[in-house]
Design a protein around this ligand. Structure first.
Ligand code: GUN
Length: 281
């Protein structure tokens, strides 16, 4: 069996076309959607991510600002910038790119963002709303994964879903979204004993660890939907995920490639969250 590839680039294009239309409608009413992206320091990967986010906004007709501060920016100065953006009527979404330099408390910064502008969905009140089944913003990467499953009409209800990775950004919110969609969910973490015993039971396997080849073909149930959130470099410096892609493709029923899978969907769902924030405003 060769898996059907879930093309995140194509799905993104379809969703972004709808977002562009909605942005046009809002702009015509004098309410152009606006996103502010804050980057502190010069982490090269973060620089690429934020540039892609701002470019995607521009492509969809959003107003967007990138505020790039020196790594020495103090926590209180960052909090003051967030407060200014919280009160800026042109800004409907605020994103502070993580990780932050170690002298800044990321939790404090996330809690300073107005919950109704927290398009990442990381604010503690948005995490609570998600957990209680009333999400205001779904975190972008897990939201994108759900859209990918929806695009193949995957029957999530009753399925065994295994999430490998338990971060606040991906693993935990992913588990919540799958649970709400009716899956039986297992969250594996770096201490999990016999990871393969869990992954082999998965109808839906979401892998978000940042560890190349943590999932190999022998760990996958034949026919499973394998969603690879990883972003790593192989020995030749080429982008690759957490899943050993080519052999796993011969076992899985569905698989997402890296690049061209979850990556573009993360940015697309940021656009969706931002347009929703603007529409609510
Ligand atoms: N760093 C890695 N992923 C993300 C994300 O989705 N949002 C933010 N703000 N930072 C990140």
């Amino acid at each position: 069996m060769t898996a059907q590839i879930i093309n995140g680039t194509l799905l993104s294009q379809q969703i972004r076309a709808d977002v562009t239309q909605r942005a046009k409608t809002l702009t015509a009413k004098g309410k152009q959607p606006g996103l502010a992206v804050i980057l502190v320091g010069e982490n090269p990967a973060s620089q690429v991510y934020v540039r892609n986010k701002v470019k995607a906004c521009e492509d969809c007709g959003f107003y967007s600002v990138l505020e790039n501060y020196d790594a020495t920016l103090t926590e209180s100065a960052l909090l003051a910038h967030i407060d200014r953006l919280n009160h800026d009527p042109k800004i409907h979404g605020i994103l502070v790119q993580l990780p932050l330099p170690s002298h800044i408390d990321a939790n404090k910064v996330i809690e300073a963002i107005a919950a109704e502008k927290d398009v990442d969905g990381f604010h503690i009140s948005n995490a609570g709303l998600l957990m209680t089944g009333q999400p205001l913003f779904r975190p972008c990467t897990p939201y994108g994964v759900m859209k990918m499953l929806e695009s193949i009409n995957y029957p999530v209800r009753g399925a065994n879903a295994v999430v490998v990775g338990a971060s606040n950004i991906v693993g935990k919110p992913q588990a919540m979204l799958l649970l709400q969609a009716g899956a039986t969910v297992t969250i594996c973490n770096s201490k999990t004993r016999d990871l393969a015993a869990h992954t082999r039971n998965a109808d839906i396997l979401v892998v978000a660890t940042g560890k190349r080849n943590i999932v190999t073909a022998d760990m996958v149930k034949p026919g499973a939907a394998v969603i690879d959130v990883g972003m790593n470099r192989d020995d030749e410096g080429k982008l690759c995920g957490d899943v050993d892609y080519l052999p796993t493709k011969e076992v899985a029923g569905y698989i997402t490639p890296v690049p061209g899978g979850v990556g573009p969907m993360t940015i697309t769902m940021l656009l969706v969250n931002t347009i929703e924030a603007a529409e609510r405003n």
